[in-house]
Design a binder for this molecule. Sequence first.
Ligand SMILES: Cc1cc2nc3c(=O)[nH]c(=O)nc-3n(C[C@H](O)[C@H](O)[C@H](O)COP(=O)(O)OP(=O)(O)OC[C@H]3O[C@@H](n4cnc5c(N)ncnc54)[C@H](O)[C@@H]3O)c2cc1C
Ligand code: FES
Length: 254
Amino acid sequence: MSNAPLQAVRITSVTRESPSVRTYSFSPGFSFRPGQFVMVTIPGIDEIPMALSRADAITVQKVGDATAALFRAGPGDLLGIRGPFGNGFPSSKKTLAIAGGVGAAPLRPLAVGGEVECLLLGARTAEELLFLPELAGKTRVMVATDDGSSGYHGPVTGLMNELPLTEYRQVCVCGPERMLHAVLLALDAAGMAGRSYFSLHRYMKCGIGICGSCCMDPDGRRVCRDGPVFAGDTLLTSELGKYSRDASGRKKPV
Ligand SMILES: Cc1cc2nc3c(=O)[nH]c(=O)nc-3n(C[C@H](O)[C@H](O)[C@H](O)COP(=O)(O)OP(=O)(O)OC[C@H]3O[C@@H](n4cnc5c(N)ncnc54)[C@H](O)[C@@H]3O)c2cc1C
Ligand code: FES
């Protein structure tokens, strides 16, 4: 079992990616595989899971207390990091990547590393499309926005109809749970569920497979240790798209 010790890192810069998302670069960085995550301690506040968007960066959406505290941090401040943890995405040059919102964070290193042939990038509005100039310089990017302010008007799944899905060796996906579920159903209909890989979010405490807070029904797979990336065909009969659990283990609908 990987049980990386807590390591102090210093924030070196903060980049505003969108009104609600910032990238925190820090030193030192970590050796990692795209799709792996770290447990980030915000001193005196909480410890939360975050994907590595680079070897030395996390990209954070402000949603509650811990992420708001991170938004108050700046260059020179210290964070604690355990990890990297989890399996990460499989490697293939002929990858279609599908990202929704801050789900672009773990897919960014895959695209920057030259492994993505085409990226479908979705967000609510044009200003919430993450990493667009950088990623457009690395791969073919097709954009979808909920409000139609850029690219295809509608969910990112609408763009899937425009692509020869079966010609890709694999599809790597990360985003909000409703989007993940819709993409999984579309890929299953195309016979691609077994060649697709989904990065999931579940409530995490230990991050290393001990506490059970991130277990998924029906088979008790731990998202922190067995994932966070799972093959699509293994998710078809899971809780994905139906419910998850809160900090107390109570079910909450998606
Ligand atoms: C493997 C993994 C990778 C993630 N990567 C990113 C990322 O790259 N960028 C990003 O912005 N967010 C990421 N998240 C989500 C991030 O962990 C939550 O947004 C964060 O914990 C919210 O904390 P909060 O105190 O600000 O909000 P809260 O108000 O405490 O919670 C808001 C919501 O965030 C989720 N959440 C809260 N605490 C946890 C926790 N300990 N574990 C999991 N979910 C939690 C719950 O769904 C909750 O409803 C990731 C989550 C996981 C599991
Ligand atoms: S977070 Fe403890 S088992 Fe996954």
